[in-house]
Design a protein around this ligand. Structure first.
Ligand SMILES: [Zn+2]
Length: 190
């Protein structure tokens, strides 16, 4: 997910990210892989950790707050996110989330979401306000965590990606048509 739709901007300390990280190529709609559900991760090895670090680097480079693996052409149930905390906006909250499962969701919230695979587009989406998610990190450790606010929204947006769903799927056919027309214009004018 991207943050252009509001004022929060990722400005964390990134000194812990090494020089050997690589920026991956971002897949832009209508790339087929954005429409395909991703595969479960089974091997928690060094290659996985490197891929997670590369995804984080790519997300920071694109000024995003969340990125799913299929957005960089990888069919695996992995996403990274770093949603700034309003109280402490420079602190890194980077999370690598693998094979996630929502255990509980409550409430409803609407937010104008952006997406790195849809440059310049902003779409209002209804999401659950709070979620409890179970996931594995890149070391294979299991976590169970409650999320709210923008972090919960971002998680749901990225988990949709992993299932082959994008935010325009929530729009009516007419609004989707208009959104895609706008996207075409955005892509034509860099
Ligand atoms: Zn997205």
């Amino acid at each position: 997910m991207s943050l252009f739709a509001n004022k929060l901007q990722a400005t964390h300390d990134r000194s812990n990210i090494g020089d050997e990280m690589a920026v991956l190529e971002l897949k832009i709609f209508p790339a087929d892989i954005l429409r395909s559900p991703t595969d479960k991760v089974t091997d928690f090895d060094e290659a996985l950790a490197k891929t997670a670090a590369d995804m984080a680097e790519t997300m920071y480079m694109e000024n995003g707050i969340g990125l799913a693996a299929n957005q960089v052409g990888l069919s695996m149930q992995m996403l990274v996110m770093d949603v700034p905390d309003e109280e402490n906006p420079t602190a890194s909250r980077l999370k690598t989330i693998i094979n996630p499962e929502i255990l509980e969701s409550k409430g409803e919230v609407t937010w104008d979401e952006g997406c790195l695979s849809f440059p310049g587009l902003s779409v209002p989406v209804n999401r659950a306000e709070t979620v409890v998610v179970r996931y594995f990190d890149a070391k294979g450790e299991r976590h169970e965590e409650a999320m709210d606010g923008l972090e919960a929204i971002c998680l749901q947006h990225e988990m949709d990606h992993l299932a082959g769903i994008t935010f325009i799927d929530y729009l009516s056919p007419l609004k989707r048509k208009l959104a895609l027309r706008e996207l075409k214009k955005n892509l034509a004018t860099p």
